[in-house]
Design a protein around this ligand. Structure first.
Ligand code: ZN
Length: 272
């Protein structure tokens, strides 16, 4: 082994040893990037989406989404609660929504016919925000960073000298596959963590957790329709999720009752 190889190997071990973290579910995770780096990736990707000129400029819908996000975020652990969350509605008929590190939330106009009330919108956004709180994209980028291309891809991006291709790869890892046309669903493990945490977060914020079930029923009903349900391409298996979310509803009723006792009854609606 020559000297650069040795150095590389030592550097990799140091990175791995210092990279062990624990997800809110108690599962151990390997995270190679700091929250500050991930926030930078999230913000830069969000800026790219905004600059592509698809913002809906619909203040009523933006206020509606902001109301739901504010109610959910108020129930998060401190570091996430203290982040100012930026919300944008994108003019796009496909039903999709996302949340990014750095406190960014995007909802397509096509999501509103599927998430038909504030509780259903809270189910979508609770799930997406859960991906951020669990640092799922950091985990995903870290895994790809163990290959040389992954490392180069992130370093190039963090160094703000990204080519269009590099930023597409990063955006895909952040869960923006539907936006950049490269499908890379989160793993089954990440999805079930986001489902469970998101549904509990809804109840803690005073939204009806049973509406998470109704949302998925709407998704699967519309998946054969004319409008593409983009969320389904990165969030497969609606029937399994419906059964699991339904099974959680009884256990979440006391959580909802507790939220109501605290006066948490979000009054979010689309007001024209
Ligand atoms: Zn997801």
């Amino acid at each position: 082994m020559n000297r650069p190889d040795k150095l590389l190997r030592v550097a990799l071990w140091v990175a791995l040893l210092s990279a062990c973290a624990t997800a809110p579910s108690g599962r151990s995770q390997m995270l190679l990037y700091s929250d500050a780096q991930m926030d930078q990736l999230g913000s830069a990707s969000f800026d790219r989406l905004k600059s592509e000129g698809t913002i809906a400029r619909d203040p009523a819908r933006e206020a509606y989404v902001q109301c739901v996000v504010t109610a959910l975020v108020a129930q998060l652990p401190g570091e996430w609660r203290d982040t100012p969350w930026e919300v944008r509605v994108f003019k796009d008929d496909s039903a999709n929504a996302f949340a990014l590190p750095g406190g960014k939330v995007g909802v397509n106009t096509g999501m509103f016919p599927i998430a038909t009330n504030a509780d259903q919108l809270a189910a979508v956004l609770g799930h997406e925000i859960a991906h951020v709180v669990f640092r799922h994209s950091n985990e995903r980028v870290s895994t790809s960073a163990l290959t040389e291309t992954g490392l180069g891809m992130v370093n190039a991006y963090v160094g703000a000298r990204a080519s269009a291709q590099t930023s597409t790869a990063v955006m895909t890892a952040l869960g923006l596959g539907a936006q950049v046309g490269v499908m890379l669903p989160f793993s089954r493990k990440h999805e079930s963590e986001a489902d469970l945490y998101g549904q509990r977060l809804m109840a803690q914020a005073g939204f009806d957790p049973a509406q998470a079930v109704a949302l998925w029923q709407n998704m699967s009903r519309d998946s054969g329709g004319a409008r593409p349900v983009a969320w389904l391409s990165t969030h497969p298996d609606p029937s399994q999720r419906i059964a699991r979310l339904q099974a959680e509803v009884p256990a979440l009723q006391p959580v909802l009752a507790d939220a109501k006792r605290q006066g948490l009854q979000p009054n979010c609606a689309l007001r024209r």
